[in-house]
Design a binder for this molecule. Structure first.
Ligand code: ADP
Ligand code: MG
Length: 588
């Protein structure tokens, strides 16, 4: 009976376990046979969805906040101290963005648009970052409420298209004016750009200088034809424009003092060869059977150099410039024949001299014909501050200009150079496209009003989005006020009223009194292309950031990790923005 019971109980139990095991084994085998899909490496970090969009927006807003206070004539400057210990003081959006060590992948897009605005139009770099930041900030509540980013993107694109068309409509052309008139118009554009810079106090002085420089190079596209030479010391007002080329006196050998330092209508020979006594015996192996023959080798070396120098003199040139060294023998030789020479001229300067004087750089002194020599009206070596400068004035092709900048500290001159670069770009742009819009936030207010009106005619959610876009545009006048210490709510209300009345389209912030004023009559002008480009780039950047819903971070390879560790050891990671942009990102 007991045995029966055991059989009865144990048999199905045993079979059940066996079956189960077989089933599991079967599953395991099948699973092992199946091809596995491995998408990402182990350790890959991904974050996705709404939270990712919001975190990207936060990072971009943080970046925009960093440059916010630099906007406008009353904007503050930033002092950036980098890991190499050099300091830069700047008001230029692109420069600041470049120097900030931004690590957040989405926020880097803002750096790129600032850079592209800088290379494309030269000015409006802070504007473009601010606008992009504000577009995103306006989009954030919608995203948080569950609006699909694509809806926002579509509306933003429409709004930007409408805004740009409106700018083209409003813009005033300066085409067909006389040269004098054009000059003063361009100077006003340059002055508007400069007014927000460190050298804003002397904006008229520099604006007319910049306009002269740009007009001097004519239609040539090469920006490097306008040279900017920085000489620390002296006053800003001691800066001057050379209608030609100027460069710092190069290193020179004994004998230089006896050379004449001023010429009228000299011929100029440009060389790319060394005029120095060469020890040829070091470059070649020479076998002599008789010690007396040694003298003939030394003589040959002297003959080679004398032959070269003779050819230079015979060419009729009074000035000899070379990219390579001109040694003491040659310096003395030229001095004896009343010829001026300068060796080790930088390539850039030499090419500018060539372009200005109409000469061609020679790689040999054989067969120097008259056509390859350049000329200018006056050449002189002059003292500027405690530097000596070689100055070529009145060049025939007239296609170069050099601005010699003076001023106190190095950082100051550096910033002045960047500011002049902005102004030069603006004048060139205005000259080419020749349409301008009122600045000081006037154009932004007008666009905002226009878009708000337009939004009312649209049904559906898009109305809200376009309205937000319109609101975002107001950031420019608001920030101009905030930076100047005015009550922005008050000024913006006045501006809205004025623009709504229909005849205040040109009214913007009056930066001196804190009220509102007609930017056109106040000569706060900007080339239309600055605004068009800024709105375009900012919208694109905002849309790009909105359209990203997943960030995948690959695990660092071993060597990359080692590098990162080395960098950390070297004291990197100091700048405040490093890591700060990563707010909200999930990290491992
Ligand atoms: P960005 O790097 O974008 O060019 P800026 O610091 O140069 O930034 O500031 C440009 C803004 O300042 C423009 O919107 C321009 O219209 C405004 N602005 C310049 N000069 C004046 C002025 N005299 N009065 C009012 N606004 C001005
Ligand atoms: Mg500017």
């Amino acid at each position: 009976m007991a045995a029966m019971l055991v059989r009865h109980l144990s048999f199905p139990w045993f079979v059940g376990v066996l079956r189960l095991t077989i089933n599991y084994l079967d599953l395991l085998v099948r699973w092992l046979q199946q091809p596995q899909i491995i998408l990402l490496k182990e350790g890959t970090d991904t974050s996705q969805g709404k939270a990712q969009v919001v975190s990207n927006i936060n990072a971009c807003t943080a970046v925009a906040d960093a440059v916010r206070t630099t906007l406008g004539p009353r904007g503050m400057d930033k002092l950036i101290h980098d890991e190499k210990g050099s300091t830069t003081i700047s008001n230029d959006g692109a420069t600041i963005m470049k120097l900030l060590d931004i690590v957040h992948p989405a926020a880097k897009i803002l750096v790129d648009i600032a850079k592209s605005q800088d290379s494309e139009v030269g000015d409006g770099t802070t504007t473009v970052v601010l606008l992009a930041g504000e577009f995103l900030k306006e989009a954030k509540p919608f995203i948080e409420d569950g609006v699909h980013p694509q809806n926002l993107i579509r509306s933003y694109r429409t709004a930007s298209f409408l805004a740009i068309n409106k700018i083209k409509e409003i813009a005033v052309s300066i085409e067909g004016k006389s040269l004098e008139e054009k000059k003063s118009l361009l100077a006003k554009c340059a002055a508007t750009t400069l007014s927000s810079k460190l050298i804003g106090g002397e904006k008229e002085f520099f604006a007319s200088m910049v306009v002269d420089a740009v007009l001097a190079i004519g239609n040539d596209d090469r920006l490097n034809l306008i040279g900017i030479k920085k000489v620390p010391g002296g006053n800003m007002r001691d800066s001057f424009l050379v209608n030609g080329v100027a460069f710092k006196k190069t290193f020179s050998y004994a004998g230089f003092e006896q050379q004449p330092k001023k010429f009228l209508n000299p011929k100029i020979l440009l060389l790319n060869i060394e005029l120095e006594l060469k020890s040829e015996k070091e470059n070649a192996e020479i076998r002599l059977s008789d010690p007396l023959q040694y003298q003939s080798i030394v003589d040959a070396e002297w003959n080679i150099i004398y032959d070269k120098l003779d050819k230079c003199v015979k060419s009729g040139a009074k000035i000899v410039l070379s990219r390579l060294a001109i040694g003491d023998l040659s310096t003395q030789y030229f001095a004896d024949r009343d010829i001026f020479c300068a060796g080790r001229v930088t390539e850039e300067d030499l090419l500018r001299v060539a372009a200005a004087t109409g000469g061609t750089v020679q790689t040999s002194v054989n067969n120097v014909i008259d056509e390859v020599l350049g000329s200018c009206e006056v050449f002189e070596e002059r003292q500027v501050g405690n530097e000596r400068f070689n100055i070529f004035n009145g060049c025939p092709s007239g296609q170069t200009a050099t601005i010699v900048l003076r001023g106190g500290a190095d950082q100051f001159i550096d910033e002045a150079e960047r500011s002049l670069h902005d102004a030069i770009m603006i004048v060139r742009r205005a000259l080419k496209n020749s349409t301008i819009v009122p600045g000081g936030g006037a154009i932004d207010m007008e666009l905002s009003r226009y878009l708000r009106l337009h939004a009312r005619t649209i049904a559906g959610k898009s109305q809200l989005f376009i309205n937000s876009y319109a609101k975002a545009l107001e950031v420019i006048p608001r920030q101009l006020c905030d930076n100047a210490g005015f009550d922005s709510t008050d000024v913006l209300n006045k501006l809205r009223q004025k623009h709504a009345s229909g005849e205040g389209a040109n009214f913007g912030v009056e930066i001196k009194t804190g009220g509102i004023a007609d930017s056109f009559t106040n000569f706060v002008w900007e080339p239309a292309v600055v605004k068009i480009n800024a709105i375009n780039a900012a919208t694109e950047a905002a849309c790009l950031i909105l359209s990203v819903d997943e960030t995948v971070k690959n695990p660092k390879s071993e060597s990359a990790q080692g590098e990162a560790a080395a960098n950390a050891m070297a004291g990197r990671g100091g700048p405040a923005l490093r890591g700060r942009g990563g707010r909200g990102m999930r990290r491992r």
